[in-house]
Design a protein around this ligand. Structure first.
Ligand code: MCF
Ligand code: FE
Length: 406
């Protein structure tokens, strides 16, 4: 047993309580949160960890990242989604030839250093699995399926199945296989249906990029947009496989993380409040598309997480950089209210989205705890604002109760 003393403990519970000068008793799970004297009386042999000038909170969760797309610096086109997509495809070879192992390792280390214990990794090629396994990080590993060309469907499915099986063999409580149906514009309905059935059979969750751009919305709603030009290069008779509603319908009864959903406003009522969540990536949205209407999503009781996306649409994979960017982006929301939401958006909200016993410091939850440098605040309301403004790295990170080296 360990007892960790902290100046502030941000519980991330429903009422967003912040305890002062209290302590957490934990093994691989959180046993009890109370005053230090009470805990040391109860757990006499516990090892005491003194962070009494610092802030303890649930370790962070970055619910959407593409580790395998970490090599990009300046070679992709931003400002228009279809142009970006073309540049990703055109640069495929350059990215493939880059030293992916090093960039993936670095990206994981950036997560841990920032206090992130858990990631939602979209794996397009199966290259990141072993890197995740060989690090202390917890990974929900979304094996990606995509392909719109009917002639290639079988080949795409077989390649996906191979990666899926490999990841399933690696399954543990720190490596949780899952499935990513890339997007409605890129994934043939036969592939999507098979993948969703596979997820159901294996009780796995799904992630899908949905309504990321105006072009995607126009394509799905009226078969028109930059996507028609784009697809015509490959297939003169290209038609969308879905309407926005028929796409959402496929995910009925399946836990699903919808990514971006910037243009999904008219369809939010179709989401299942228990099983469906949204991950929003403000920097990626600025570079590729438009601003997500966060107030509207929250008013509609959607469970929203903030995440970094990959380096192919970001300049930093540090989740605190993302929260700072989000704070500036969503200037329509009161600052203190936004700061509390932002903290929940990387703790309780993604824990709910990914169905993990994490994100809140409470007895019985997994002991994933992050420690950050403390400071004095005039008002407890200011704590989250200052934390977001000033934090770049964690002082310590515990995953399943074990201190991480990173
Ligand atoms: O989230 C961003 C933007 N939207 C869609 N896809 C990706 C993002 N970052 C990386 N991707 C990957 C995606 O997983 O880019 C490819 C897919 O493999 C685009 S389709 C050739
Ligand atoms: Fe993405």
């Amino acid at each position: 047993m360990k007892i960790l003393k902290a100046k502030f403990i941000i519980l991330c519970n429903e009422s967003f309580e912040v305890l002062q000068n209290s302590a957490i008793a934990f093994s691989d799970k959180i046993e009890k949160i109370a005053k230090f004297d009470e805990l040391i009386n109860e757990y006499k042999d516990a090892k005491v960890i003194d962070f009494s000038n610092d802030i303890a909170m649930p370790a962070l969760i970055n619910s959407h990242i593409h580790l395998e797309y970490s090599a990009n610096k300046t070679n992709l086109d931003y400002g228009d989604f279809v142009s970006w997509l073309k540049s990703i495809i055109a640069n495929g070879q350059t990215l493939a030839n880059s030293n992916k192992d090093n960039t993936i390792k670095q990206a994981i280390s950036t997560q841990l250093k920032a206090g992130v214990s858990t990631i939602g990794e979209i794996s397009s090629f199966g290259l990141s699995a072993l890197h995740c396994i060989n690090s202390p990080i917890r990974t929900v590993y979304f094996n990606e399926i995509l392909g719109s060309n009917i002639a290639m469907i079988e080949q795409q499915w077989n390649g996906f199945l191979q990666r899926f099986k490999t990841s399933n063999e690696l399954k543990s409580d720190l490596f949780i296989p899952a499935i990513s149906v890339h997007s409605p514009y890129s994934t043939h309905i036969e592939l999507a249906k098979k993948a969703i059935n596979l997820a159901k059979e294996n009780d796995m969750m799904i992630a899908t990029h949905f309504m990321e751009s105006l072009d995607e919305k126009r394509w799905l709603e009226s078969s028109d947009s930059g996507f028609s030009e784009f697809f015509k290069e490959f297939n003169k008779n290209a038609k969308p496989f879905y309407t926005p509603s028929s796409f959402i319908e496929l995910f009925k009864d399946v836990r699903t993380l919808f990514i971006h959903s910037v243009f999904a406003k008219n369809y939010l009522h179709l989401l299942d409040k228990n099983l469906h969540s949204i991950a929003s990536c403000p920097v990626s949205n600025r570079l590729l598309s438009a601003k997500f209407d966060l107030s509207n999503a929250l008013d509609n009781n959607i469970n929203v997480s903030l995440a970094t996306d990959g380096l192919s649409s970001n300049i930093s994979l540090n989740i605190w950089d993302e929260l700072r960017a989000a704070m500036m982006t969503h200037s329509d929301i009161n600052l203190a209210k936004f700061a509390k939401f932002a903290i929940k958006s990387v703790t309780t909200n993604p824990a709910k989205a990914l169905n993990l016993n994490l994100g809140e410091l409470k007895a019985g939850n997994i002991a994933d705890i992050a420690i950050f440098n403390g400071f004095d605040v005039s008002d407890i309301d200011q704590l989250c604002i200052e934390l977001i403004l000033h934090t770049k790295e964690a002082k310590a990170l515990y995953i399943k109760g074990e201190k991480c080296n990173y």
